[in-house]
Structure formats: C-alpha cells, structure tokens
Design a protein around this ligand. Structure first.
Ligand SMILES: C[S@@+](CC[C@H](N)C(=O)[O-])C[C@H]1O[C@@H](n2cnc3c(N)ncnc32)[C@H](O)[C@@H]1O
Length: 296
C-alpha cells in the first residue's frame, strides 16, 4: 500500500512505510487535505518524518508545518469527526486498483449519545470481507442490514452493485438522518430517484420489517445480552420473509455469545458458525469475530 493510501486509512504513524515512488508534492497535498479534518494526525505524521530523517530536500516545509501544529493535541481531535478509508481485498477492482469505503466516524469513541454507531467495528470489517468472498450469495438479492451504524457493509454492497434492493437500518434515527446519509454521499452513492436504497429506522421487535427481503445482515449487534430477546424476535420475524440471517459477532465475552446462541435456539431457529477470523491468514482484525448463519 503506498503512503497516500496508508494516510487515507489513518494507519498508526509508527507503522507507516514511506515509499520512494510517491512524490513529496503528492504527500504534502495529502497532508494538507487531512489537516482540514484531523490536524493532530498530520502533526504526528510530520513528527515521524522528522524522526526518521526523511524528505531531506523538503525539510523547510515539514518543519514550518510541524511548528504551526505544535499546539494541537489529541483532546482537540477527540470530538472531531474524521474520515477513514477502509481498503478491502478482492479479485475484482473498482476505483482504480483497490476496493475501499470511506467512512465519517469518531474512531476514539466507545459510546456516545446512547449509541455505539459512530465508529466502525471490527465485526463489520470481517463481514465486508465475507461479502466480497461470497458475492454470489448477495447478487440481485434484497438485503436488510440491522444495526448498521456507520453503514460500511451496506455501502460496500452498494458500491459492488451486488444487491437489487437494500434496506439500511439502525435503531438510532438521528444516526440515520445525519451520519449515515453523509457516509452514502461521501462514497458518491446517489440516492436520488433510487428507491433501491432505503435508509430507515428499525428498532428490533418494534418497527415493521420489510416483507420483500432475501437476506438479513448485521455486524456487532450482539454486544449486549439484554437486547437478545428483542433482537432474536426480530430475526425470527425476518425469517418469515427471508432465507437466512448472517450475523457477524465479536467474541468479547463467551458467556454473552453463548446466551445469544441459546436465545436463537429457544425461539426454534437454527444457528451455525460459518466463518471466524482465526481461520484467516494475515488478518488485521484484532478480536476474534464469528459469522453466524441463522435460519428456520
Ligand atoms: C456496536 S454498533 C455496530 C454498528 C455497525 N454494525 C458496525 O459493526 O460498525 C451497534 C449498533 O446497533 C444499534 N442498535 C442497538 N440497539 C438497537 C436496537 N434495539 N434496535 C436497532 N438498532 C440497535 C446501535 O444504534 C448501533 O448502531
């Protein structure tokens, strides 16, 4: 990955590898662009460049720029929304030579405003990889995403033009009307005159399930055992219309995961593990993630 892509991905500065093919002017323009939304990251990148003694012919600009950012702290950045580029591997290529999705998010955030949807969670990245490896499953299907958060899985599906129709849903209506809409725009996915992309609130076991769905997907929606009754009731209702639900779950606590499995079984659903991160080579994902296939 060249340095520009690494910067788009906001790779930790200690892991950046500066390639000789990228001209300094390109790197400079990229840093100036990022400075608009994440000055603290640019400050850290410049410090790294100085520490490594890189770009000796351009040190004036590097030092001058670094000095202007000296007062910027991580606290200034904490409340800011950044734009992160997530790259995915696939045998096909779009947007040049890589598949990627851009997401506005607050990456430092664990939970705010009662929602966990303002950052992308690893379970959704793993589900994205699964989607790309199993495109045939999603081609020309009507898909419902539950608890979409930043919407990365649905945006990837839409970018790849797999689904016929996609319902992108979350229980948080503010997230839908603000951040989710902006993320679709950021990825240049037009929803004008396109009734095939539906962004809507769907609170599990409360709001109406669309009756023309083929597949349900959900990532990191099994984090809280107190929500399992409503979530599993919702999945059961979905299965009156669709064939399967694919739920990507981060295993933070085995008891919580077991409780989710038990709740699905109690309601008469079949649950089967179909993929897990430990089986991947060179995965960049940190916590174990499992994808469950749930059916009737
Ligand atoms: C941990 S986040 C995962 C977001 C996204 N799928 C991802 O993996 O990045 C959980 C999401 O579920 C949503 N959520 C939580 N409880 C919900 C409920 N009862 N009904 C609908 N959505 C809910 C939250 O608003 C949040 O966006």
């Amino acid at each position: 990955m060249n340095i520009v892509d690494q910067l788009y991905a906001r790779r930790p500065v200690e892991t950046l590898s500066f390639d000789s093919e990228t001209a300094f002017e390109t790197l400079r323009d990229q840093l100036l662009e990022i400075k608009q939304i994440n000055a603290y990251y640019v400050k850290k990148v410049l410090k790294r460049i100085i520490d490594l003694g890189l770009y000796i012919d351009d040190t004036d600009w590097i030092y001058d720029e670094y000095v202007t950012l000296l007062n910027v702290t991580d606290k200034d950045q904490y409340s800011q929304i950044d734009s992160i580029r997530y790259f995915f591997k696939n045998k096909y290529e779009i947007d040049g030579d890589r598949i990627y999705v851009d997401i506005y998010e607050k990456p430092n955030l664990i939970s705010a405003s009662g929602t966990t949807g303002f950052r992308t969670w690893e379970a959704s990245l793993f589900l994205c990889e699964y989607i790309l490896q199993n495109e045939i499953l999603f081609k020309d299907q009507n898909i419902l995403e539950l608890g979409c958060g930043t919407g990365i899985c649905s945006i990837l599906l839409e970018k790849m033009q797999y689904p016929q129709k996609i319902y992108v849903t979350d229980g948080d209506s503010e997230l839908i009307s603000n951040q989710l809409v902006r993320n679709f725009e950021l990825n240049k996915i037009s929803r004008d005159n396109n009734s095939n992309i539906v962004l809507q609130r769907l609170w599990w076991n409360e709001d109406k399930i669309p009756n023309d769905i083929d597949i349900v997907i959900g990532a990191d929606i099994t984090f809280d055992a107190s929500l399992f009754d409503s979530l599993c009731q919702c999945l059961l209702e979905c299965l009156t219309y669709c064939k399967i639900c694919l739920i990507s779950a981060t295993i933070r606590n085995q008891d919580t995961t077991d409780s989710f499995i038990l709740t699905t079984k109690k309601l008469g659903m079949k649950i089967e593990e179909i993929s897990r991160t430990e089986t991947l080579e060179n995965t960049t994902l940190l916590a174990p993630v499992v994808i469950y296939k749930i059916s009737k």
